[in-house]
Design a protein around this ligand. Structure first.
Ligand code: PLP
Length: 532
């Protein structure tokens, strides 16, 4: 859908009259009614490339522009609206800008914005089915659609053989926390037997408290920090497994086996691990086949037996690329039927605005058993009849938004083919950028990639005898110079002590001309820095 299509669709969604006129002016027009309007949503997108990518305001800029008290009398919409351009937009870093090559993208699209608009209009805290049956039922249906679009194994479908299913969470961090809560509950249920420690007994409380003090969650040095944060929140131990360049920064089966043995020798009990498809630094993929094989032959709690290690797959960014069958093959996605939960953020790369973190579980009872707390005020016939899903039992908060609507709009408006061609296009841009880097070995050295439209590189010079310290300083200087251009924004990382620039080409507005422009800025900056 282009900006004119959005104007038409949004006009249909809104209708006419005075309040509606305000909404229309916000979303659509550039000259409408009695004021000229350049800061509508549609014209924002039309002219996005004219803006600097990163906000240049000073800290505290907004306090100087706004009154210290809320207005006593309501203000006219026209006054409020003009402050978007004058006061808010200067403090916005434009994540949808075609020169945004930093972090990972934070996707959106016009159908997604329309979904958000309807969701706001139908606002409710839809925690139980009866709170709005369509909210629950659409979520179950679109997450089954999505699981199929991504080629996830059948066990992750709500209609699958293991009673799995998906739930929309606010973020990948919330998803890993939810999975870890369920994993902890499952582990305790399986390893503190009811026959020996009866429900409600003091002995059971003591056994659980002792076990909790020994339980340890695992991740690697490349895993996103959200797993560590979940461990801190839950008060369980956390262990980091070091991964390096020799394995492409991915976790292998033998390294996992050694880690499990070492932890157990210290009297600890590993119960949860995050494995990643697309790590934040380099988009590495952990070795799913090696992990499966290690866990199947685990000498203490082999996979599929009580006390098994719960494996959560964090595919926050790269999971979107599973729309392509070739990517499913490449990462052996069918193997995740051996794992327990899988999460991907449609809001990173799949054209759906924040928040849309899609968490799938192989057996929904693992969530429900861990997270159901009954309170009289939430009781209702439908829930008690056991025929409906109450998503409050699959998440940490109680209330929830109508987030499936925007996913439904995106899946319908793009179709599988549209999503595939969009992902392929952004992957190709990543390959073309990496080819450009390879064409100048005198200036640049690729450290990893391109992986999922991310290439990590630094200034070349190792062969000429430059130390890592010198190269770090040069690469940092190049990074600062290109960002100062205002035309593009990249972020950096440090890999085994080597400072590197991360270049991502997967923002939906980024076209070949923008990547070419970025390349030109980069070469000019590097030539200047190296010569200086
Ligand atoms: N996992 C990975 C691999 C990430 O790259 C990120 C953020 O970029 C996250 C998790 C955290 O995502 P969220 O902001 O949805 O919690």
């Amino acid at each position: 859908m282009d900006s004119q299509g959005f104007r038409d669709a949004a006009a249909t969604a809104i209708d006419d009259s005075e309040f509606r006129y305000s909404l229309k002016s916000l979303l659509l027009s550039s000259t409408s009614g009695n004021f000229t309007n350049t800061n509508t949503v549609a014209s924002y997108y039309d002219n996005l490339d004219d803006r600097n990518v990163v906000s240049t305001v000073e800290p505290g800029y907004l306090r100087k522009l706004l009154p210290s008290e809320a207005p006593v009398e309501g203000e006219a919409w026209t006054d409020i609206h003009k402050d978007i351009e004058g006061k808010i937009l200067p403090g916005i870093t434009h994540w949808q800008h075609p020169g945004f090559h930093a972090f990972f993208p934070c996707a959106t699209s016009f159908p997604s914005i329309l979904g958000e608009l309807y969701s706001a209009a139908l606002s409710g805290a839809c925690f139980n089915w009866i709170c709005s049956p369509a909210v629950t039922e659409l979520e179950t249906i679109v997450l089954d659609w999505l699981a199929k679009v991504l080629g996830l194994p059948e066990c992750y479908l709500s209609t699958g053989p293991t009673r799995g299913g998906g739930v929309i969470q606010g973020s990948a961090s919330e998803a890993v926390l939810t999975a870890m809560v369920a994993a902890r509950d499952k582990y305790l249920r399986e390893t503190v037997p009811l026959e020996q420690f009866p429900e409600g007994s003091e002995a059971r409380e003591d056994a659980i408290a002792h076990k909790r003090s020994k339980m340890v969650a695992l991740a690697t040095t490349a895993t996103h920090s959200s797993t560590k944060k979940a461990s801190i929140i839950l008060g369980v131990r956390f262990h980091t497994i070091a991964v390096h360049a020799d394995t492409g920064y991915s976790l292998t089966g033998p390294v996992l086996a050694k880690t499990l043995a070492e932890l157990r020798a210290r009297g600890l009990e590993p119960f949860f691990m995050t494995a990643t498809m697309g790590t934040t630094d380099t988009c590495a993929v952990d070795d799913f086949a090696g992990i499966v094989s290690t866990l199947k032959s685990d000498p203490v709690h082999p996979a599929g037996t009580p006390g098994e290690l719960w494996v959560h797959i964090d595919a926050a960014y790269a999971g979107s690329a599973l729309v392509l069958p070739s990517v499913r093959e490449q990462v052996s996605i069918s193997l995740i039927e051996n794992f327990h939960s899988f999460d991907m953020n449609m809001h990173k790369w799949l054209l759906t605005n924040f928040d849309a973190s899609c968490l799938f579980v192989r057996d929904r009872n693992w969530f429900i058993q861990a997270l159901t707390i009954n309170q009289a005020v939430y009781g209702n016939k439908a829930s008690e009849g056991g025929l409906v899903t109450d998503y409050r039992e699959w998440q940490i908060p109680l209330g929830r938004r109508f987030r499936s609507l925007k996913i439904w709009f995106v899946l319908r408006n793009y179709g599988v083919k549209g999503l595939q061609s969009y992902i392929s296009r952004t992957l190709k841009l990543g390959e073309e950028f990496a080819d450009s880097l390879k064409s100048r070995p005198d200036l640049f050295e690729i450290l990893t990639g391109p992986n999922f439209a991310l290439t990590v590189f630094r200034v070349a010079g190792k062969e000429q005898g430059k130390s890592d310290e010198e190269l770090n300083a040069l690469t940092k200087a190049v990074c600062e110079k290109i960002n100062a251009s205002g035309r593009m924004w990249v972020t950096s990382t440090v890999l085994d002590g080597r400072f590197a620039i991360r270049m991502v080409t997967s923002v939906s507005t980024t076209e070949k001309e923008h990547v070419d422009r970025a390349w030109k800025i980069l070469v000019e900056a590097a030539e200047e820095v190296v010569k200086a």
